[in-house]
Design a protein around this ligand. Structure first.
Ligand code: B12
Length: 141
């Protein structure tokens, strides 16, 4: 199962997007490790410790903080892609995209975000449209 770290990089009170995105990813079959508001070093160490396949950042506050996280991830977890969202002004979006970060501003569809997570991690596949599940869940998991 692909693992995604989700964290907020700023102190602002706009939590709702982070929660909605986390739930959509979880419902799509990803394992979501929700850090909440976190310092850069905690995001980087969680990415390494949890062997994450993708890092999702809700960008708040200064873009320089996010760029430092990207620098540190390049060293500590090379090749782990990053995608982002939140109330991001266009100039910040351009700056992050120049670093290879896909940015989903307010109004982005959750399906687009889930599709990007699938593409960036190459999994999990969407549920089959017909037929029983291969391994149906049991009472005790
Ligand atoms: C609800 C709201 C609040 C709520 C937040 C509730 C909560 N728990 O989230 C409260 C009342 C707390 C709030 C406070 C403030 N707010 Co406010 N708020 C809004 C409002 C009306 C809706 C935001 C929202 O919830 N949208 C729905 C969510 C789902 O959208 P989202 O967070 O953007 O998430 C989407 C994407 O960004 C993306 N995404 C988000 N996170 C992630 C993460 C990853 C990994 C990925 C891939 C994608 C992703 O996916 C989501 C789905 O599309 C907007 C205006 C508007 N109509 O957009 C203003 C708005 C965001 N707020 C604004 C402001 C200025 C403030 C205050 C500073 C106001 C004040 N003077 O006090 C304070 C901040 C307080 C603080 N301590 O930081 C401004 C921001 C301006 C700016 N450019 O920075 C806005 C745009 C209003 C405006 N037009 O001025 N706010």
């Amino acid at each position: 199962m692909s693992r995604i770290i989700i964290a907020k990089t700023g102190l602002d009170g706009h939590w709702r997007g982070t929660l909605l995105v986390s739930r959509a990813l979880r419902d799509a079959g990803f394992e979501v490790i929700m850090l909440g508001m976190a310092r850069g070093e905690d995001i980087v160490s969680a990415t390494v410790d949890e062997d994450a396949d993708l890092v999702g950042l809700n960008v708040g506050g200064r873009v320089e903080v996010v760029e430092r996280i990207l620098d540190d991830l390049t060293v500590a977890a090379p090749g782990v892609p990053v995608f982002a969202g939140g109330v991001v002004p266009p100039w910040v979006r351009r700056r992050l995209e120049a670093r290879g970060v896909e940015v989903f501003p307010p109004g982005s569809k959750l399906e687009e975000i889930v599709a990007a997570a699938r593409r960036l991690t190459r999994g999990p596949s969407p549920p089959a449209s017909a037929g029983p599940a291969a391994t149906p869940p049991t009472e005790d998991g």
